[in-house]
Design a binder for this molecule. Sequence first.
Ligand SMILES: Nc1ncnc2c1ncn2[C@@H]1O[C@H](COP(=O)(O)OP(=O)(O)OP(=O)(O)O)[C@@H](O)[C@H]1O
Ligand SMILES: [Mg+2]
Length: 162
Amino acid sequence: MLNMDGVSVGYGDAPAVLTDISVTVRPGRVLALTGSSGAGKTTLLNAMAGLLRPRDGSVTVDGRPLRDRDHAVEHRIVLIPQDNGLAPILTAAENLQVALVAGGVTPPEALRQTAAMLDLLGLAGQADQLVEELSGGQQQRTAVARGLALRGGVLLADEVTS
Ligand SMILES: Nc1ncnc2c1ncn2[C@@H]1O[C@H](COP(=O)(O)OP(=O)(O)OP(=O)(O)O)[C@@H](O)[C@H]1O
Ligand SMILES: [Mg+2]
Protein backbone atom coordinates (compact mmCIF):
# COMPACT_ATOMS: atom_id res chain seq x y z
CA MET A 1 0.00 0.00 0.00
CA LEU A 2 1.27 3.44 -0.98
CA ASN A 3 0.32 6.34 1.24
CA MET A 4 0.78 10.09 0.99
CA ASP A 5 0.06 12.27 3.95
CA GLY A 6 0.07 16.09 3.87
CA VAL A 7 2.51 16.16 0.97
CA SER A 8 3.79 19.37 -0.63
CA VAL A 9 5.99 19.20 -3.73
CA GLY A 10 7.69 21.72 -5.95
CA TYR A 11 10.76 22.51 -8.01
CA GLY A 12 13.78 24.54 -6.89
CA ASP A 13 12.91 27.80 -5.16
CA ALA A 14 9.57 28.20 -6.94
CA PRO A 15 6.34 28.06 -4.91
CA ALA A 16 5.02 24.53 -4.30
CA VAL A 17 3.07 22.98 -7.20
CA LEU A 18 0.91 20.94 -4.82
CA THR A 19 0.30 21.43 -1.12
CA ASP A 20 -1.20 19.22 1.57
CA ILE A 21 -2.00 16.20 -0.62
CA SER A 22 -3.15 13.02 1.09
CA VAL A 23 -3.92 9.87 -0.89
CA THR A 24 -3.93 6.13 -0.30
CA VAL A 25 -3.32 3.62 -3.10
CA ARG A 26 -4.85 0.30 -2.09
CA PRO A 27 -4.13 -3.14 -3.55
CA GLY A 28 -6.44 -4.21 -6.35
CA ARG A 29 -7.93 -0.75 -6.83
CA VAL A 30 -7.74 1.63 -9.77
CA LEU A 31 -7.37 5.27 -8.85
CA ALA A 32 -7.84 7.96 -11.53
CA LEU A 33 -6.23 11.38 -11.23
CA THR A 34 -7.57 14.16 -13.42
CA GLY A 35 -6.67 17.83 -13.74
CA SER A 36 -5.96 20.52 -16.31
CA SER A 37 -2.61 20.79 -18.07
CA GLY A 38 -0.02 22.05 -15.60
CA ALA A 39 -2.16 21.17 -12.58
CA GLY A 40 0.50 18.84 -11.17
CA LYS A 41 -0.50 15.28 -12.16
CA THR A 42 2.97 14.28 -13.36
CA THR A 43 4.50 16.00 -10.34
CA LEU A 44 2.32 13.95 -8.01
CA LEU A 45 3.12 10.66 -9.79
CA ASN A 46 6.84 11.48 -9.69
CA ALA A 47 6.60 12.00 -5.94
CA MET A 48 4.78 8.64 -5.62
CA ALA A 49 7.48 7.00 -7.75
CA GLY A 50 10.30 8.29 -5.55
CA LEU A 51 11.66 10.62 -8.25
CA LEU A 52 10.77 13.82 -6.44
CA ARG A 53 11.30 14.32 -2.72
CA PRO A 54 8.40 16.09 -0.98
CA ARG A 55 9.10 19.38 0.79
CA ASP A 56 6.60 18.49 3.47
CA GLY A 57 4.57 15.50 4.56
CA SER A 58 5.34 11.83 4.04
CA VAL A 59 5.21 9.19 1.33
CA THR A 60 5.23 5.66 2.73
CA VAL A 61 5.15 2.26 1.11
CA ASP A 62 3.86 -0.56 3.31
CA GLY A 63 4.29 1.81 6.25
CA ARG A 64 7.95 2.65 5.54
CA PRO A 65 9.12 6.09 4.34
CA LEU A 66 9.94 6.12 0.63
CA ARG A 67 13.59 7.19 0.25
CA ASP A 68 14.21 7.50 -3.47
CA ARG A 69 13.57 5.88 -6.86
CA ASP A 70 15.79 2.86 -6.11
CA HIS A 71 13.81 2.23 -2.95
CA ALA A 72 10.55 2.53 -4.91
CA VAL A 73 11.81 0.00 -7.48
CA GLU A 74 12.68 -2.41 -4.64
CA HIS A 75 9.04 -2.11 -3.56
CA ARG A 76 7.88 -2.74 -7.13
CA ILE A 77 6.44 0.73 -7.76
CA VAL A 78 6.38 0.83 -11.57
CA LEU A 79 6.09 4.08 -13.52
CA ILE A 80 4.92 4.46 -17.12
CA PRO A 81 6.14 8.02 -17.73
CA GLN A 82 4.27 10.61 -19.78
CA ASP A 83 7.06 10.65 -22.40
CA ASN A 84 7.14 6.79 -22.45
CA GLY A 85 10.74 6.54 -21.17
CA LEU A 86 11.77 3.93 -23.75
CA ALA A 87 15.32 3.60 -25.09
CA PRO A 88 14.85 4.63 -28.76
CA ILE A 89 17.91 2.75 -30.06
CA LEU A 90 16.70 -0.59 -28.66
CA THR A 91 13.95 -2.67 -30.19
CA ALA A 92 10.52 -2.92 -28.60
CA ALA A 93 11.35 -6.40 -27.29
CA GLU A 94 14.75 -5.34 -25.95
CA ASN A 95 13.13 -2.52 -23.97
CA LEU A 96 11.04 -5.10 -22.11
CA GLN A 97 13.82 -7.68 -21.79
CA VAL A 98 16.33 -5.24 -20.29
CA ALA A 99 13.81 -4.08 -17.69
CA LEU A 100 12.80 -7.64 -16.80
CA VAL A 101 16.37 -8.93 -16.48
CA ALA A 102 17.31 -5.86 -14.41
CA GLY A 103 14.44 -6.82 -12.11
CA GLY A 104 15.85 -10.31 -11.57
CA VAL A 105 13.96 -12.34 -14.19
CA THR A 106 16.15 -14.95 -15.93
CA PRO A 107 16.95 -14.21 -19.62
CA PRO A 108 14.93 -17.16 -21.04
CA GLU A 109 11.94 -16.23 -18.89
CA ALA A 110 12.34 -12.56 -19.92
CA LEU A 111 12.16 -13.60 -23.59
CA ARG A 112 9.01 -15.61 -22.93
CA GLN A 113 7.26 -12.88 -20.90
CA THR A 114 8.25 -10.20 -23.43
CA ALA A 115 6.76 -12.12 -26.34
CA ALA A 116 3.54 -12.78 -24.41
CA MET A 117 3.13 -9.15 -23.32
CA LEU A 118 3.88 -7.65 -26.75
CA ASP A 119 1.39 -10.08 -28.24
CA LEU A 120 -1.23 -8.99 -25.69
CA LEU A 121 -0.72 -5.33 -26.68
CA GLY A 122 -0.97 -6.14 -30.41
CA LEU A 123 2.74 -5.58 -31.01
CA ALA A 124 3.93 -9.07 -31.98
CA GLY A 125 4.82 -7.76 -35.45
CA GLN A 126 6.86 -4.88 -34.01
CA ALA A 127 8.96 -6.84 -31.48
CA ASP A 128 12.22 -6.54 -33.44
CA GLN A 129 11.66 -3.00 -34.68
CA LEU A 130 13.66 -0.11 -33.19
CA VAL A 131 11.54 2.08 -30.92
CA GLU A 132 12.52 5.17 -32.92
CA GLU A 133 10.96 3.49 -35.97
CA LEU A 134 7.63 2.79 -34.27
CA SER A 135 4.58 5.03 -34.60
CA GLY A 136 3.68 7.21 -31.61
CA GLY A 137 0.87 4.90 -30.54
CA GLN A 138 3.03 1.81 -30.97
CA GLN A 139 5.67 3.43 -28.76
CA GLN A 140 3.09 4.17 -26.09
CA ARG A 141 1.76 0.61 -26.22
CA THR A 142 5.35 -0.65 -25.87
CA ALA A 143 5.70 1.49 -22.74
CA VAL A 144 2.42 0.09 -21.39
CA ALA A 145 3.63 -3.45 -22.21
CA ARG A 146 6.84 -2.82 -20.30
CA GLY A 147 4.97 -1.38 -17.32
CA LEU A 148 2.59 -4.36 -17.20
CA ALA A 149 5.40 -6.89 -17.74
CA LEU A 150 7.13 -5.63 -14.61
CA ARG A 151 4.11 -6.73 -12.55
CA GLY A 152 4.37 -3.92 -10.06
CA GLY A 153 2.66 -3.85 -6.72
CA VAL A 154 1.75 -0.30 -7.76
CA LEU A 155 1.52 0.75 -11.42
CA LEU A 156 1.65 4.53 -11.95
CA ALA A 157 0.53 5.32 -15.51
CA ASP A 158 0.96 8.94 -16.62
CA GLU A 159 -1.47 9.90 -19.44
CA VAL A 160 -2.14 6.24 -20.08
CA THR A 161 -5.14 6.91 -22.32
CA SER A 162 -3.29 9.24 -24.71
N1 LIG B 1 11.21 19.97 -13.86
C1 LIG B 1 10.46 21.05 -13.57
N2 LIG B 1 11.03 22.18 -13.13
C2 LIG B 1 10.29 23.27 -12.82
N3 LIG B 1 8.95 23.32 -12.90
C3 LIG B 1 8.33 22.20 -13.34
C4 LIG B 1 9.04 21.02 -13.69
N4 LIG B 1 8.14 20.07 -14.08
C5 LIG B 1 6.95 20.65 -13.98
N5 LIG B 1 7.03 21.92 -13.53
C6 LIG B 1 5.91 22.85 -13.30
O1 LIG B 1 5.03 22.24 -12.37
C7 LIG B 1 3.67 22.48 -12.71
C8 LIG B 1 2.94 21.12 -12.81
O2 LIG B 1 3.49 20.39 -13.92
P1 LIG B 1 3.07 18.87 -14.21
O3 LIG B 1 4.01 18.38 -15.24
O4 LIG B 1 3.02 18.13 -12.93
O5 LIG B 1 1.59 19.09 -14.77
P2 LIG B 1 0.56 18.03 -15.38
O6 LIG B 1 -0.69 18.14 -14.56
O7 LIG B 1 1.20 16.70 -15.48
O8 LIG B 1 0.30 18.65 -16.82
P3 LIG B 1 0.02 17.92 -18.26
O9 LIG B 1 -1.42 17.50 -18.26
O10 LIG B 1 0.28 19.04 -19.24
O11 LIG B 1 1.00 16.78 -18.40
C9 LIG B 1 3.69 23.28 -14.01
O12 LIG B 1 3.46 24.63 -13.68
C10 LIG B 1 5.10 23.09 -14.56
O13 LIG B 1 5.55 24.21 -15.24
MG1 LIG C 1 1.76 15.49 -17.03
